[in-house]
Design a binder for this molecule. Structure first.
Ligand code: FEO
Length: 401
């Protein structure tokens, strides 16, 4: 046996892999500390595998499966999610186990055919269908749009184990321990927010629907497709509460100031606003120069904090390109329930404030005060307006829980 396979619960094993090579998840989102692709094996009278791993790791993945099972065949593959970071090894799997039956829902079947040409040996399940493996039962819950249409979860009532797909997952490889009780989970919670805001953030309503569906289920283990396996009650409560909060677009008292600045003038407005907000009691302030901060981190912080201030110079009669990109990402994620303010600089035609005003109106943001406009460079009047903006935002944030 090459690998010592981690047993999570009676007959449930972890056979996932770590990826510390890829720079960008989905070729978009930075992976400074890697990522894990989690797959699970239930070695019962019938053997079931839950999801696979990215195709780049098929080889080590199969060596792990072999270490767990030896020559025993796999009867079922449950596909909770078809995105290729989890379905990428399905073709390899079929070559190794030609008799395997692939389980998914009707939308999974369409994707199996489309991505991999698979139409045989498939079993389409419906919501709350069950499949007995021996001592363990698989019960399937359809949870569409977290964050693809076919996403579903699989629950084993005997061990109260939920295989949740991407939900409750995090960026970050598993460096040593796989289960939360054998690692320090602190860092992962922030990465869960970044993962949620980047990947799932658009789908608040489907997440709420899924949480409602799961609310009557007794859960003692959460096996996501990324990050730690959650087994400690405190952590399970925390990750479910976090998903509830994020999907309702609720946020902590704190402020994000995201700005673009070509020559530093607009940036000086951002500095004055931040200092004023701090003087008026806001301790959690995050400033993002959009030309340097990755949008992945800005989105995380916008999902974390209640206050949002955006500043942009006018550029070709439009917004600064990095700000344009940011508001597009916020629009895409239906961001709401934020206290909003904005400011801008221009040299001959003031267009950025108009665009930011349109964004605020479109998103139904509560605009806390008049915007601050600056022509050419900072003056005493403009600085005073910026101080007022920071003060009013702080006062509004302090009034909210
Ligand atoms: Fe981890 Fe949506 O794939």
């Amino acid at each position: 046996m090459e690998y010592k396979i981690v047993e999570i619960k009676d007959r449930i094993y972890y056979v996932g892999v770590n990826d510390r090579t890829k720079h960008l998840f989905e070729n978009l989102w930075p992976l400074p500390k890697g990522i894990s692709y989690n797959s699970y094996l239930i070695d019962d009278d019938k053997v079931a595998l839950i999801d696979t791993v990215d195709i780049c790791y098929s080889e080590v993945y199969f060596r792990k499966i072999k270490s767990a099972l030896g020559d025993k065949p796999i009867d079922y593959l449950v596909v909770n999610h078809m995105e290729p970071d989890h379905s990428g090894s399905i073709r390899w799997l079929i070559r190794q186990y030609p008799e395997i039956t692939i389980i998914g829902n009707s939308r999974t079947m369409d994707m199996l055919k489309g991505y991999y040409g698979i139409t045989d040996n498939v079993l389409a399940i419906k919501d709350k269908d069950e499949l007995n493996l021996g001592k363990n039962t698989l019960r399937f819950y359809l949870t569409p749009m977290i964050h693809w249409p076919e996403t579903m979860m699989t629950y084993v009532p005997e061990s109260k184990t939920l295989f949740s797909g991407d939900a409750f997952g995090t960026f970050g490889s598993l460096d040593g321990g796989v289960v939360d009780s054998l690692l320090n989970p602190d860092w992962y919670f922030d990465e869960m927010i970044r993962y949620y805001s980047n990947i799932v953030g658009k789908y608040g309503s489907p997440v709420q629907a899924a949480l409602a569906k799961l609310s009557g289920i007794d859960i003692e283990v959460v096996c996501s497709t990324h990050g730690p396996v959650w087994t400690e009650k405190e952590n399970i409560d925390k990750v479910i509460a976090l998903y509830d909060k994020l999907s309702k677009y609720e946020a902590d008292r704190g402020l994000v100031i995201a700005y673009g600045s070509m020559y530093g003038n607009t940036e000086q407005l951002a500095e004055i606003i931040a200092a004023s907000a701090a003087e008026n009691g806001i301790k959690s302030i995050v400033m993002h120069n959009v030309a340097k901060s990755h949008q992945s981190d800005i989105l995380r912080d916008v999902f974390k904090y209640k206050g949002l201030i955006i500043g942009s110079p006018t550029y070709n009669n439009q917004l600064y390109p990095g700000i344009e990109s940011l508001i597009s990402a916020l629009r895409n994620r239906n961001i709401k329930n934020r206290l909003f303010a904005y400011f801008g600089g221009f040299s001959w035609a003031d267009a950025s404030l108009r665009h930011l005003s349109e964004f605020a109106e479109e998103m139904g943001m509560e605009v806390v005060c008049d915007p601050v406009s600056m022509k050419h460079s900072l003056t005493a009047d403009v600085a005073e307006n910026a101080r007022k903006l920071g003060q009013i935002m702080a006062e509004k944030l302090n009034c909210r829980k």
